[in-house]
Design a protein around this ligand. Structure first.
Ligand code: PMP
Length: 414
């Protein structure tokens, strides 16, 4: 099935498709789920697809000598085509299924480092990266003697872009940047960065974990060399994610993991590798996950991404406005171009206490460093409280959240 026609956006209709939104927290409080940057909820259609796969189609994929395996293979490969369409990739050969963004970046870093990185080479990341776009590069830097350089951010939580030109040298081998920051909500000008990098022949990896469910992503338009995202942050299952890589790079790079499916021929003397994308998919993949992800993408594609984006932006703006009216509350991350996330701190009350207090009112947010300790360091704080929005959130939920926050702050400041 192809990706569906777009329909008008009606938040109440959308909510009805998510059974979990009916949940009462501890049996009493209405669930107000504002932890979507950690993971989104799944519409019933995606849940049903997983159930149906296990009930009717479950079998291992590729090389199967039987009907069921052929069926499962077709569904798995169709899922790849859905992802290809979703990202507007040039070919299904550029779509590799992985466990999620973290595994995807580890795949790129590890594979790229084998042969394409050497001592003294430089990799550029930004100060606002998730740890999963820092640590894999540190690991390969340690192994190869490459050096990590960092584009700084300003106090609004935006990249200081002119610094990039100073950071790029003739030893720069790769730039890896987050599309949308999970702690600040900042939307980075990745197209501009890619264009600058390409003038110098440098490939760019984009961490799209927080982008795909909120803004339009077209890998050919961005011209990125790699794009990575997780299924569970776009209404799909956990344990499945995607690496998009331009064929020319994936061809050049050696396999990430060795095992079944990624080979053409194995002897003890020499092994040859399978064609793309299978060269990068060792072992039995997450078949149900890939099929569930495809269903989530088809579901999501019904909506006009611009409508989704403005709906979520309205929630961000409304929440920001109401939070700023509260004494001693400070927003962390005030980029001109941001989406879906509102991080904040409050004088005299630890973010963890805010999180626990809100939970007592049925409001689910996330507190901590959000796997972005360098950002916390930049702002001189240990943690923030973060409300993050999805397609199904409402203005009423923003009000419940802010009223609950006022109660919590009053309690802890008494
Ligand atoms: N990058 C960003 C920007 C993220 O927000 C996250 C998840 N919080 C990740 C990477 C890692 O994603 P996953 O845990 O699904 O691998």
């Amino acid at each position: 099935m192809g990706i569906e026609q777009q329909v008008g956006f009606d938040v109440e209709r959308v909510r009805r498709e998510f059974p979990i939104l009916e949940t009462k927290v501890r049996g009493t409080k209405r669930l107000v789920y504002l932890d979507n940057a950690a993971t989104t909820q799944r519409p019933k259609r995606v849940i049903d697809t997983l159930k149906e796969f296990y009930e009717k189609y479950n079998s291992n994929v590729h090389r199967g000598a039987h009907w069921l395996s052929d069926l499962a293979t077709k569904m798995y490969e169709d899922a790849r085509k859905t992802v290809k369409e979703f990202l507007n990739a040039h070919s299904h050969r550029e779509i590799v299924f992985v466990r999620g963004t973290t595994e995807g970046i580890n795949l790129i870093a590890t594979s790229f480092s084998r042969g394409l990185l050497k001592e003294g080479d430089e990799i550029i990341v930004t100060e606002m990266e998730h740890h999963s776009n820092i640590v894999p590069w540190q690991l390969v830097a340690q192994q190869t003697g490459a050096v990590l350089k960092v584009i700084p951010i300003n106090d609004k939580g935006e990249l200081i872009l002119y610094e990039l030109e100073n950071l790029i040298t003739d030893r720069t081998k790769l730039i890896s940047i987050v599309h949308v920051s999970n702690s600040l909500g900042t939307i980075n000008p990745v197209k501009e960065i890619i264009s600058l990098a390409h003038q110098k022949g440098i490939p760019v990896v984009v961490d799209g974990a927080q982008a795909v469910a909120h803004i339009s992503v077209d890998v050919q338009d961005l011209d990125c060399d790699f794009y990575v995202f997780s299924g569970h942050k776009i209404y799909g299952p956990t344990g499945i994610g995607v690496v998009y890589g331009k064929e020319e790079w994936l061809e050049k790079m050696p396999p990430y993991q060795g095992g079944g499916d990624m080979i053409k021929e194995v002897t003890f003397e020499k092994t040859t590798y399978n064609e793309l994308p299978y060269k990068f998919e060792a072992g039995t993949p997450n078949i149900a996950g890939a099929i569930g992800l495809a269903e989530a993408l088809k579901w999501f594609k019904q909506f006009d991404i611009n409508e989704v984006h403005s709906h979520e932006n309205e929630l961000v703006q409304y929440a920001t406005e109401l939070l700023k009216e509260i004494d001693g509350v400070r927003i962390i991350g005030e980029a001109d171009n941001k989406t879906a996330v509102v991080s904040f701190i409050a004088d005299g009350v630890h973010p963890h206490d805010i999180g626990t207090g809100l939970d007592m009112e049925g409001v689910a947010i996330r507190t901590g460093h959000h796997c972005t300790q360098p950002i916390m360091c930049h702002f001189g704080i240990m943690a923030t409280a973060r409300a993050s929005f999805a397609i199904y959130n409402t203005r009423e939920e923003v009000e419940i959240f802010v009223d609950a926050l006022k109660k919590v702050l009053k309690f802890f400041r008494r």
